[in-house]
Design a protein around this ligand. Structure first.
Ligand code: EPU
Length: 302
């Protein structure tokens, strides 16, 4: 979707929001898949309110983009525009055991920055691509930990109330790869309370997680991490592997040879290819195990 009205664009500029016309979301997603639209880059949290008011007045549909690392976007000209937060400098402020982090901060860099200041707990998240806001919304986790355990406060745009709110950690419900945030809420910033640990101890934990990840996941290939959530008490990756589906392809969308719950873009895969591979694998697992796998990847399909 294109923002072409000059008056509208002048108001966007007045809000200090940057307009990037005709970008391909394939360049903004770790899968390297996605069609074309306009992107609005928000530099000040507060300008979101004015921006959304403008979009509402003009009835322009929109979506909020984080780091694009757990996202499958449809092909072609997209019927909505995309809003993204610009990363401020600095994006992390430390105060004792509290880390105040902007939602646009890179997750891995946040984990290592905190480590350098003897704050640990998030070692498992090293190697998970994306922003802190994205990790928060999905309650990202790995190796026995999840980010939700450390959340003390969240600043967000609440779509239902149309205002910016601060929620205390205990007002938010975190469960496996799920949170009580509404789909159209936008994460703005979070305060994490992290346990004190020595840098050496944290780095040791980070090394172990890195090695495990390197040994079992297709790092360096275009993917969105795990495609399906694990069903209770089972591993989606193991089930898909047991059915001999590693290497199964639709066009350039392919079940990874290394980890069967990672589907990679081995070249020029389209969203259509990837969605058809997802549907095929889901059907086969359901027929074999009687379990309908739920998407972990977020799908924005037109
Ligand atoms: N396995 C196979 N074949 C495969 C993949 C896995 O047999 O192709 C087996 C493994 O050998 C192991 C079991 O399945 O015995 C579980 O595998 P793994 O330890 O890789 O964990 P997972 O359940 O597949 C989850 C998260 C990952 C996270 C890892 C490590 C989900 C959907 N996935 O994977 O998160 O990195 O644990 O903690 O919860 C993500 O969220 O995108 C993600 C990659």
């Amino acid at each position: 979707m294109r923002l072409e009205d000059c008056k509208l664009l002048a108001s966007v500029a007045e809000l200090g929001v940057e307009h990037l016309p005709g970008i391909s979301l394939s360049e903004y997603t770790s899968l390297g898949i996605g069609g074309t639209t306009d992107l609005l880059l928000i530099r000040e949290h507060e300008s979101i309110l004015g921006m959304l008011q403008l979009l509402d007045n003009e009835k322009i549909p929109h979506k909020f983009l984080g780091g694009g690392s757990n996202l499958l976007v449809g092909d072609g000209e997209l019927p909505w525009i995309v809003l993204q937060l610009a990363r401020p400098e600095p994006d992390v402020l430390l105060e004792g055991n509290f880390a105040h982090v902007d939602a646009a901060a890179d997750l891995g860099r946040t984990v290592t920055y905190c480590a350098k200041h003897d704050l640990g707990g998030m070692e498992g998240l090293i190697g998970v691509p994306g922003t802190v806001g994205g990790a928060l919304r999905m309650n990202a986790g790995a190796y026995g930990m999840q980010i939700g355990s450390y959340v003390r406060e969240v600043k967000l745009y609440r779509a239902a109330a149309r205002r910016i709110e601060i929620l205390e950690g205990d007002q938010i419900f975190f469960e496996y790869r799920h949170t009580s945030f509404a789909p159209d809420d936008m994460m703005l910033a979070v305060t994490l309370e992290l346990p004190s640990k020595s840098y050496q101890e944290i780095i040791q934990g980070i090394r172990i997680c890195n090695e495990k990840r390197r040994a079992s996941q297709p790092l360096g290939q275009k993917s969105a991490g795990c495609i399906f959530k694990n069903p209770p008490g089972a591993s989606a990756g193991r089930m898909i592997d047991e059915l001999g589906l590693k290497g199964l392809s639709v066009g350039d969308a392919r079940v990874s040879d290394r980890h069967a719950n990672f589907f990679v873009n081995a070249g020029k895969a389209s969203a259509r290819d990837m969605l058809s591979l997802i549907a095929d694998v889901r059907d086969r697992v359901e027929r074999a195990y009687g379990v309908k796998l739920e998407n972990e990847v977020v799908v924005w399909n037109a």
